[in-house]
Design a protein around this ligand. Structure first.
Ligand code: SDX
Length: 388
């Protein structure tokens, strides 16, 4: 309940911002969304219910949930003129480049219909973004693969719809695999929000200038793209492929420990968690469920499990409290589902859109000032311009 978690006044006064949305206890591996543990949400809820919770602060009643899901369902199409944005990209453009551009372009289609100070219109914008991100994400994939865009269907749930827009084609009926759709929904939940991470802080900073929410979400997508942040799940798969065989693991662990080598173990470590990332535990279970369902014996998973075991017993990682994070297993699941590595961060951005928007909404709903990070100046003292 309110006020359960207290900070010393000194911390609050220097905190970048206060928020009621997500609480992380990095030392104990705790992640709460509006007070609910992530493990319980992943087990019992679904992504759209978590979206409602993050945005509104409470779980929806049965009726509120049905209205929210129905509203999202009827906003999944994007303005047909937006198709031209996709064709402006080279076919081999990275899907994150396309998503960044197309989401920013939503400003040109929907922002003039929005009064940022009107709560009802902020709610409509939330529905619009949550609804359209799967369509935009799937179309980034279709465009990059030279395949026709597949339109959303109203007879499917959120994750089923995303998978059919990704893998469907006009020549045959897409057959939904409920196990994969459930795994996809769980991945959406596990990536939905994570307090003031780099991309969420970017969205808040952009929002503090009064920029429109679509442009702010596009700035979050850009920040998420980096391999140290949302790009890590793609980097984990590249790393596992580079390791190639369990016999090479020790060599890569030594590389990760070598201060003169920029290589880091992708999917390990976290700025806040100095214990197991609670999302990684759920992701590991989901990984086994998906691979068992698909009957896949992925050698990369065996390398990942061996790498995890060795790293968790290694003094260097133990001393620095480096544990597997949310990205360590998500890439293996997505690869098993037939999703290319170039789409991993796009899916992370799709999931995190509600987190970014909820933080933006929380900020603009109250009084706020433009963000202005301070700096420690370490440059030259004042000096005169050379004469003559
Ligand atoms: C996400 O902030 C969020 O909440 C992000 C996120 C979210 O949901 O939004 O959780 C998503 O971004 C997860 C993180 C994904 N990134 C990776 O998996 C990339 C690999 N990890 C590292 O790049 C690193 O761990 C970071 C970027 C995640 C954290 O970097 P920090 O804060 O600089 O790491 P640290 O201060 O905890 O490092 C302490 C020590 C350092 O060594 P020393 O200088 O003390 O000798 O640990 C070392 C680091 O060099 N270290 C690693 C390492 N991560 C940290 N050494 C080898 N391999 C690693 N992965």
């Amino acid at each position: 309940q309110e006020g359960v978690f207290t900070y010393d006044p000194g911390f609050v006064s220097t905190a970048a911002c206060e928020s009621k949305i997500t609480y992380i206890d990095g030392a104990n591996g705790i992640l709460l969304h509006r007070g609910y543990p992530i493990q319980e949400l992943a087990e019992n809820s679904d992504y759209l219910e978590v979206c409602y919770l993050l945005l509104n602060g409470e779980l929806p009643t049965k009726e509120q949930g049905e209205v929210f899901k129905d509203t999202v369902k009827h906003h999944t199409m994007i303005h047909d003129q937006m198709r031209h944005f996709f064709s402006g990209f080279r076919r081999d453009a990275h899907p994150m480049a396309i998503m960044c551009g197309v989401v920013g372009a939503l400003s040109a289609f929907y922002h003039d219909q929005m009064d940022v100070n009107n709560e009802e219109q902020r709610q409509i914008t939330a529905h619009r973004l949550v609804a359209k991100m799967p369509t935009i994400a799937a179309w980034c994939y279709k465009y990059a693969n030279g395949q026709p865009f597949i339109y959303p269907r109203n007879d499917l749930n959120y994750s089923e719809n995303f998978l059919q827009m990704m893998f469907g084609n006009p020549c045959e009926e897409y057959k939904v695999n409920p196990i994969l759709a459930k795994a996809m929904d769980k991945i959406f939940i596990l990536h939905a929000d994570h307090e003031q991470n780099a991309s969420t802080s970017t969205v808040r900073l952009a929002g503090s200038t009064g920029a429109n929410p679509y442009a702010c979400i596009a700035s979050g997508i850009a920040a998420l793209w980096g391999p140290a942040h949302g790009g890590a799940n793609e980097a984990v798969l590249d790393m596992l492929a580079e390791i190639g065989d369990e016999s090479n693991i020790e060599r890569f662990i030594e590389k990760a420990k070598d201060k003169n080598d920029p290589f880091r173990l992708m999917g390990f470590g976290h700025r806040v968690y100095k214990n197991f990332d609670p999302r990684a535990k759920v992701m590991r279970e989901t990984c086994h469920e998906v691979l068992n369902e698909l009957g896949i014996d992925d050698p990369l998973l065996r390398i990942a499990q061996r790498l995890e075991k060795i790293a968790l017993e290694d003094e260097y990682f133990i001393e620095r409290k480096l544990f597997p994070n949310v990205d360590f297993y998500s890439g293996i699941i997505l690869k098993a589902m037939g999703i290319p590595t170039s789409m991993f961060t796009v899916i992370f951005a799709l999931s995190r859109t509600i987190g970014w928007y909820s933080h933006w909404n929380e900020m603009v709903s109250g009084s706020f000032r433009i963000g202005r990070p301070r700096q420690l100046y370490t440059g030259s003292n004042q000096r005169d311009y050379p004469k003559g």
